[in-house]
Design a protein around this ligand. Structure first.
Ligand code: SF4
Ligand code: SF4
Length: 345
């Protein structure tokens, strides 16, 4: 994964957060009880469930050395890697086993470290992308891996949530990777953490990325932005306003726990990566009886992978068809078959 580009569970510094007050011309993100984006229907057309699952196994190592990340250059032992592989294979086996049940699944891998340097993550993405009941399979990545394996995947289903870490990879090398993705026809978003010393690199990247590719900016953890500073980032990411401040979430309706779930390597199911109460286990089916609408129990939600599911925000509309991989609706190719669209996402 990639820290900032992502998952911010727990006390992990640096991930980015938040959203809110926006510069004037931005699409005003609102925390007020909003015209709820379509109520997340749980029933799939075939009579099963239509679920989005965020999977995070034990992997916690990374090939990068980002100064804001606790997983920088961390190594997993061979035993830890074997456990991660076994857990991932168990999960992918469970997903494959839902074929014919009527369930439809949208999947986002949010590893603590970098998954795509491991063969089992690449293989899982390829295999899952080919399953007809999987609408989307995506992963958060620093894109340090090679890209040739992507040609084996069903690219109408696979997507990448990519984070660019200036200082860890050269501009030219990263842009070349993005062009490989463009050439292969991979669906992806690219993001940068909104640290002041990243601004020049982010502007340079925006200038050279394909105009069709969305560049998101995550507010840096613990940082507040003046309106002038926010305007600089907003010029790169029209949706930066959603990340600028944490969203008050206590008591507000959130799709997690009903149509969106977090799954760990043991199969423990929680509503999201941030609320630790378990709803059951994926592998014994005990989670299913617990699926229902619930208000958020936490005071704020400050990470995109969480607040994107808040019903008081319009993000299922902004990112319709690309909620999990963070691709806004207006940046999506028109060629995608509707039947494989991620529900509500
Ligand atoms: S690329 Fe690696 S070191 Fe950098 S933030 Fe992501 S997980 Fe951490
Ligand atoms: S708003 Fe939703 S995703 Fe965020 S912490 Fe609350 S329950 Fe979790």
């Amino acid at each position: 994964m990639t820290f900032l580009g992502m998952p911010a569970i727990g006390p992990v510094p640096g991930i980015a957060p938040a959203g809110a007050p926006t510069p004037a011309e931005s699409p005003a993100p609102s925390d007020a009880p909003a015209p709820a984006a379509s109520p997340a229907p749980v029933d799939a057309p075939g009579g099963g469930l239509d679920l989005s699952l965020l999977y995070r196994g034990p992997l916690a190592s990374c090939d990068y050395d980002c100064p804001y990340c606790p997983f920088a250059k961390r190594r997993d032992t061979p035993e830890q890697l074997r456990a991660d592989r076994a857990a991932l294979e168990r999960f992918t086996g469970w997903v494959a086993g839902r074929a014919g049940t009527g369930d439809t699944l949208s999947l986002l891998f949010t590893p603590w470290g970098e998954g795509l340097v491991r063969s089992w993550y690449r293989r899982a993405l390829v295999e899952l992308s080919r399953l007809p009941h999987v609408r989307r399979v995506a992963i958060q990545t620093n894109l340090s891996c090679r890209t040739d394996w992507l040609a084996e995947a069903d690219l109408t289903t696979l997507a990448l949530w990519v984070t660019y870490h200036p200082g860890q990879v050269g501009h030219e090398r990263f842009v070349a990777k993005s062009r490989e993705l463009d050439r292969l026809g991979v669906r992806y978003s690219v993001g940068v953490v909104g640290e002041p010393d990243h601004l020049t690199a982010a502007r340079r990247l925006r200038a050279e990325l394909s105009p069709a590719v969305y560049l998101w900016i995550n507010a840096a953890e613990g940082r507040t932005y003046t309106d002038a500073e926010a305007a600089d980032w907003q010029a790169l990411d029209p949706h930066f306003g959603y990340s600028r401040h944490a969203h008050p979430s206590a008591g507000r309706p959130c799709r997690t726990g009903e149509s969106v779930l977090s799954v760990d390597g043991d199969g423990t199911v929680r509503r999201c990566h941030f609320v630790r109460d378990a709803l059951g286990n994926l592998y014994d089916g005990s989670y299913r009886a617990q699926l229902r609408a619930r208000p958020c129990p936490l005071p704020v939600c400050d990470c995109h992978i969480g607040y994107v599911h808040l019903e008081t925000l319009p993000l299922y509309e902004v990112f319709a068809g690309g909620v999990l991989e963070r691709v806004p609706h207006d940046r999506q190719p028109q060629r995608e078959p509707a039947a494989r669209e991620v529900r509500a996402s």
